[in-house]
Design a protein around this ligand. Structure first.
Ligand SMILES: O=C(O)[C@H](O)[C@@H](O)[C@H](O)[C@H](O)COP(=O)(O)O
Length: 255
């Protein structure tokens, strides 16, 4: 697992923002993404998107005004943090969800959307996706101080997984590959996922966590509990926890 490095952040020392509910959280993130994309006028704005219910609302918001017309889609490169190894038109495919919620409504050039491949052999597909990331990065080795992603969006599962880094799987030990396959013991579908080192190579990691059902796992992960895969997430830049009041344990809420 990637360790803590100078200037970087872990789940323990990440900043925490508590929003009233998942709607407020999605709007907060939409505003931060627009600010960050606009500020980076000198190059591509590279984002790793997450699956899950909270990001879906974020994507729907980004498809509305003012975001849809103000966002610099032409220089935004959209990757995915993980994917279920099912066809792109499958209901559980993250690209499919993202396409319906966002991509089909905004003028993002198709060449800027990097769907994780889900055909052929999962290990070979992971290697193909890693090559696509290397092309954009322009190097074969990740360098500290030269982040691969501007923003990595992550969710958090009740079993402590994030992206498709699932408990008890080999991908948790991966230190070289940027993308790997993963067969969860406790969830359906083979997955492709970004690895810890790839996620670490980021200006900002944002965890989006909403709902009362997450209130128990959040403090475990934030304390660095090694049994929770999300505990080992680091960013060479900033790490931000977006919690709603329910997931922060501050009140009853949906979930
Ligand atoms: O594709 C996915 O589902 C994500 O990779 C997964 O890591 C997700 O972010 C968490 O399971 C939380 O999901 P929710 O936000 O829906 O609870």
């Amino acid at each position: 697992m990637s360790g803590t490095r100078a200037g970087g952040h872990t789940v323990k020392d990440g900043r925490v923002e508590i929003l009233a509910d998942s709607e407020a959280m999605a709007r907060w993130v939409a505003d931060r993404l627009l600010e960050a994309a606009t500020a980076k006028a000198d190059g591509p704005f590279v984002v790793a998107l997450s699956g899950g219910s909270t990001p879906k609302r974020l994507y729907q918001i980004l498809a509305t005004e003012p975001y849809a017309s103000r966002f610099p889609w032409d220089r935004t490169q959209l990757f995915f943090g993980d994917e279920r190894f099912v066809p792109p038109d499958d209901e559980s495919n993250n690209y499919n969800m993202t396409n319906k919620a966002l991509l089909s409504h905004v003028p993002v050039p198709p060449a800027n959307v990097h769907r994780m491949p889900t055909d052929g052999d999962p290990d070979e597909a992971a290697a193909r996706y890693e090559r696509e990331l290397r092309m954009l990065y322009g190097r074969d080795t990740l360098e500290e101080g030269r982040p691969l992603f501007d923003v990595v969006l992550l969710g958090l599962g009740e079993n402590g997984h994030t992206a498709s880094l699932f408990p008890g799987t080999d991908v948790l030990q991966e230190k070289e590959k940027w993308v790997s396959s993963c067969v969860p013991h406790d969830a359906p579908h083979t997955r492709l996922t970004l690895t810890y080192p790839a996620i670490h190579s980021s200006r900002t990691v944002m965890f989006l966590v909403a709902g009362k059902s997450k209130a128990e796992v959040v403090p475990l992960v934030r304390s660095g509990d090694p049994s929770q895969p999300a505990s080992a997430i680091t960013s060479e830049g900033e790490l931000v926890w977006l919690l709603d009041k329910a997931s922060a344990g501050e009140e009853d809420g949906h979930g």
